[in-house]
Design a protein. Sequence first.
Length: 315
Amino acid sequence: MKQRYVAELNEDLHGLVDALTSLGVTVHRPTDVDPATVEVRTPAWSASVVPPLNIRDNTLIAGNEIIETSPMIRSRFFETQLLKPVFQEYFRRGARWSTMPRPLMTDASFDLSYARASTAGGPMEPIEDPRASCYDVGHEMLFDAAQCLRLGRDIVANIATRNHALGVDWLERHLEGRFRIHRVHRLSDSHIDSMVLALRPGTLLCRSEAVVDLLPERLRKWDVIVPPAPEAQGFPRYEDDDLILTSPYIDLNVLSVSPEVVLVNEACPELMRTLERHGFTVVPVRHRHRRLFGGGFHCFTLDTVREGGPEDYLG
């Protein structure tokens, strides 16, 4: 990864912070990774360290509760540790704080059937030749928060593997009586926030009409915005395409700051015009290397406090 791309990513992140601050949003930043910390190690394996960039992936906010989900990639095993100062302060102020069981993450932990049967990429540990381990317990719950669409008292959860199903089992039991969990199957390989997003109550942004058919019945009655297909000229070109982590649909990964205001990549004029025609105020923000770093504005942010209460949209 060229240092120039990293420097430009940091410039764009500062621009995102400035845009949010200008809209009255309080912005917290995760702790930086110490440069001396280059490896994650457990009794079963070791991996390199990923910085806390796509912070929505491993934490689910459910009402007044912070839930650290069960990571699917070894290099992200301790990523939520870098959010601890923020979570600790919320806990002092009365928030609940829970953690899904931490997986052993041996080769046998991963249900590789979806990755082997699909051409889709996604956040799956690349295991070409699974090896037995004395720590094996079979398939474990491995479930990212970015597999969820939160709608007031309802959570839509995407399941593509047995790992995901176990994670949703835990989530249902843990949140029973407080939230309703709606299972959708193979909406994507894992994360769904470049497939479907709720822009405001009653309006969804979907990659295609086919996505709508996989949603819970009540959601199919919402207004659906299907944006124009992404165009190749909207993305930087790289010498090594192997670095690219996401599909061209990554720019659907917008962030709704309020029911009226949406942050959109400034490189997407057609998407901005589409949203404006539907009555949204669009705030353009620069994000150049989203396909290299695997996330958009929704991935990069974790909204912890919103105005209003837990509405019942699907009851």
